[in-house]
Design a protein around this ligand. Sequence first.
Ligand SMILES: NC(=O)c1ccc[n+]([C@@H]2O[C@H](COP(=O)([O-])OP(=O)(O)OC[C@H]3O[C@@H](n4cnc5c(N)ncnc54)[C@H](OP(=O)(O)O)[C@@H]3O)[C@@H](O)[C@H]2O)c1
Ligand SMILES: [Zn+2]
Ligand SMILES: [Zn+2]
Length: 352
Amino acid sequence: MPTTATGWGTEAADQPLKPMTIERRDLRPDDVAIKITYSGICHSDLHVCRNDWGGSRYPVVPGHEIVGTVTAVGDEVTRHRVGDTVAVGCMVDSCMECDQCLEGWEVFCRKGCVQTYNSKDYHDGTVSKGGYTDHIVVRDHFVLKVPEGMDVSRVAPLLCAGITTYSPLRQYDVGEGTRMAVVGLGGLGHMGVKLGAAMGAHVTVITTTPGKGEDARKLGAHDVIISTDAEQMKAAATRFDFILNTVPVSHEIDGYLNLLGRSGRMIIVGALTPMPGFVGVNLILWNRAVGGSAIGGIPETQEMLDFCAAKNIYPDVETIRMDQVNEAYERLLKNDVRYRFVIDMGSMEAAA
Ligand SMILES: NC(=O)c1ccc[n+]([C@@H]2O[C@H](COP(=O)([O-])OP(=O)(O)OC[C@H]3O[C@@H](n4cnc5c(N)ncnc54)[C@H](OP(=O)(O)O)[C@@H]3O)[C@@H](O)[C@H]2O)c1
Ligand SMILES: [Zn+2]
Ligand SMILES: [Zn+2]
């Protein structure tokens, strides 16, 4: 018999999140059942709840930054045991046979990976429901090991904000001597700062919020630019080798392209919707490039968790109760989060 999970989700784009019950499937032989202890709030959760990208399947139960404890495993599972502390990110299944899956890039599975929420299960066609719930059932390959000794109350945001920023830094060899900038100091951006600094880069934060300057330095940034200050932007022309752009909405990029030096590259991870055009000469002069990056594969996600454990890197979190989620969404829209909300899932039991 499938089990009932309690959680929070939304029935429509213009509705707040509210308590709801959902079904979790019986364990398949390669499944792991997890009691969720903490769930991070990613800006993507808000985008999907409000159908900003189209294609939301209601009810939407979001959450793809999940940490918890294994409560049961299917017959064929050998990598995880009951009692293990584990984590789940943005994907819960993929074909595991195509070239992308075999190379550890499950996110680009040719069959289409099954995302943690709002995605159709391959086997039964049900729509996946994410981490704002008390438990979840996930195929073993997509369950990450939380390294021993980590503070579980701060691990969840690594599963999306962490890997989405770690992956492009690794793909483009950011390290000692790289002059790097992070645009947008939010959940992703603040992880980009911490990870870039830990890899040895010289990190500059480019922010629209002057009040975040001091924080940026505390997080590990060496310099700060206020993007609304034309003089500061002009003075920074050609300064960077690499720019990680986390702005969550469509925006002009010419101003940022001008900050790239010779063969510099800007990677967009935030905006998924159509962007305004840019001026070709801003790419051609200085041999600049613009690209994108989507989360990261499962092996790289484990590598990122191990890196963070070894270097003692954690997100800065504000822990909230489940019933504060709607308020948290409104604050996210106002850039008022320092720097990731994490829901203590125990708060649902306490409230019951
Ligand atoms: N590529 C992927 O696989 C992937 C994975 C996860 C998330 N995402 C996407 O990445 C984006 C960022 O997510 P997040 O959770 O980090 O969001 P967030 O916490 O809201 O942070 C975004 C930051 O961008 C800046 N910003 C906001 N609106 C802006 C605007 N109009 N112009 C310039 N800067 C603006 C703000 O920083 P300042 O105050 O410093 O300006 C804000 O704190 C979202 O769109 C999310 O869906 C993509
Ligand atoms: Zn996310
Ligand atoms: Zn595949």
